[in-house]
Design a protein around this ligand. Sequence first.
Ligand code: SAH
Length: 351
Amino acid sequence: MEKKDIRSMTPEELEAFVVNDLKDKKFRARQIYDWMHVKCVQNFDEMTNLSKDLRQKLSENATLCPVEKADCLISQIDGTRKYLFRMEDGSIIESVLMKYKHGNSVCISSQVGCRMGCRFCASTLLGLERNLNTSEMLGQIYAIQRDTGERVSNVVIMGTGEPLDNYDAVVRFIRMISDEKGLNISQRNITLSTCGIVPKIYQLADEHLQITLAISLHASDNEKRKSMMPIANKYDMDTLLEACRYYYETNGRRLTFEYSLARGVNDSPEDARALAKLLKGFMWHVNLIPINPVEERSYVQSDRKSIVNFKNSLEKYGGNVTIRREMGRDIQAACGQLRRRYMTQIGEKEV
Ligand code: SAH
């Protein structure tokens, strides 16, 4: 029998597994759930209030899909921690812990690699290896919480991968991480960032989650967006914004639009004006991201003055604009760069 991924199971599913497959008592399921999702252990031996016999049965029939720390870099500038995790099949992913005054925020990966092909992004250079399952997404947060001994209060699904391309596992993850039987992180403290897979935005809206949806827009017209993001060939700007409107109307949650500024590409005052015009009628918040230059890509970061000018012109139109602080610059904390470097080094060693 293939080992069951029990960390992805809801309390009800786990109960059925314990009773039907392991032929044990119902209340054992509650104890196991608590070990996995509150105490965040990553192996059965740590579940000390279970009998040896049950732990043995668990290790024969189930897996926790452990997410093991392979490396951790700590920024000397702001305490940001970049983790590289190794999974059971040897795949490597990265997660970032950012410390803010309002709490600890973890940026998780949702896939190993990515197939969206955004031209400025390092995560997509090697394509998609596979989806992460719910266990492996939870595992990133649990491992970080155990490693630091500090509570994680915010989650952003903005690491490697396109979360809406791994829809079921991601939605299950959101429900489980916000469940009161687990870490109970408020859905209002969870942000999901997407490049804009339109049918999935509608589907997500109908889940009625209280999360913040962030849309990677990066341009104010179709042609420019197409040159930066292949997904724009499939869904044009109007179609995307219509889906955003539906999301807002269905959930009453203000959307965030992400806009990475690349010098000479999308950072002029005309771009700012066009963006404000495009978002007219929305309750909007724009998060400006100074683009992180990726070695293999030609985009260059806008200078500070253009970034501030862009922000000021946008604000004139009445929106809420923030510039994303660059965290952990000294440890390559941005956008798949550390994993990329790690993979390249492994590649070089093998040659
Ligand atoms: N697939 C999701 C999450 C990915 S990354 C999405 O597309 O939204 C989170 C954000 O970082 C996205 O807005 C993405 O476009 C942006 N991003 C990726 N690479 C970047 C880079 N090199 N510089 C600046 N922003 C980048």
